[in-house]
Design a protein. Structure first.
Length: 268
């Protein structure tokens, strides 16, 4: 199939790509003998925006959540920044997660806190517990949070409570919170699925801009094929827990989409 790469082609990063993410034989079973991920082999680049597409239940969210260990893989390797994330635990895992920004479908904001307080949650892994408890964050963190609110289009929202925001505003806060971590990579799990079409475009524009301007690789799990083609530099197509397309958006054909989504009427 056009765009598809073999496991051997995914064996290692190309060139000096220190933020490439390498998946080798990644497998996940929630029930024994019923794999959700069937030995995924991928090298995801250390720059740009990569979109993962595929039907519901094909393992896209599980793949994203295995990478940051919200889900424990059954087997395989997740190689990032010189470590196998699949083998980390305790303090080592917490340290690795500090540099993996996560944007959630349902935002995962603390509803009773202000926008500024939610952004500063992105610094919790970097400040002593007592400072976080007393909400005494360094001045440079607060200044950076204000800058990020401007960058995501929310100037003047610092003191608003999260539960007073619209869905699109909440997702902007979620993205800014992820950037506050100073991440080496951002994972976004269906960041537009709860949003209207106009807001969905705006959210993808923000993610695409951060990937380009701040040189942060972004991996987005997304249902909307047209948004994926518009904003991604690379598309991973999954079905049945396996990768069936891996290539540029312009190489994604109607035949590929039928394979990914199944049958002639894949858009219905």
């Amino acid at each position: 199939m056009q765009g598809q790469v073999s496991p051997l082609a995914s064996a290692a990063p190309q060139g000096d790509d220190s933020r490439a993410l390498v998946l080798r034989g990644l497998r996940k079973e929630y029930r024994a003998g019923q794999p959700v991920l069937r030995g995924i082999d991928l090298v995801l680049p250390g720059s740009g925006l990569t979109a993962i597409i595929g039907p519901s239940g094909t393992g896209k969210s599980t793949l994203i959540r295995c990478i940051n260990r919200l889900v424990q893989p059954t087997s395989g390797e997740i190689l990032f920044r010189g470590q196998d994330l699949a083998k980390l635990s305790g303090r080592s895992l917490r340290s690795a997660r500090r540099r993996i920004g996560m944007v959630f479908q349902e935002y995962n904001l603390v509803e009773r806190l202000t926008v500024m307080e939610n952004l500063l949650c992105g610094r919790l892994g970097y400040v002593p517990a007592w400072r976080a408890w007393l909400r005494r964050f360094p001045a440079q963190d607060i200044a950076r949070a204000f800058d990020l609110l401007d960058a995501v289009g929310l100037p003047g929202f610092a003191t608003r409570r999260a539960d007073a925001l619209s869905g699109g505003q909440r997702q902007r806060v979620g993205i800014a919170r992820a950037i506050m971590q100073e991440p080496d990579i951002i994972l976004a799990d269906e960041p537009t699925s709860s949003l209207d079409p106009k807001t969905s475009v705006e959210i993808m524009e923000i993610l695409h801009r951060f990937a380009a301007e701040r040189n942060i690789p972004v991996i987005v799990n997304i249902h909307n094929v047209e948004l994926a083609k518009r904003f991604a530099s690379r598309i991973i197509g999954m079905t049945g827990g396996s990768v069936v397309y891996d290539g540029p958006p312009q190489g994604l054909t109607e035949a590929d989409l039928k394979t990914i989504y199944g049958g002639e009427n894949w858009m219905e």
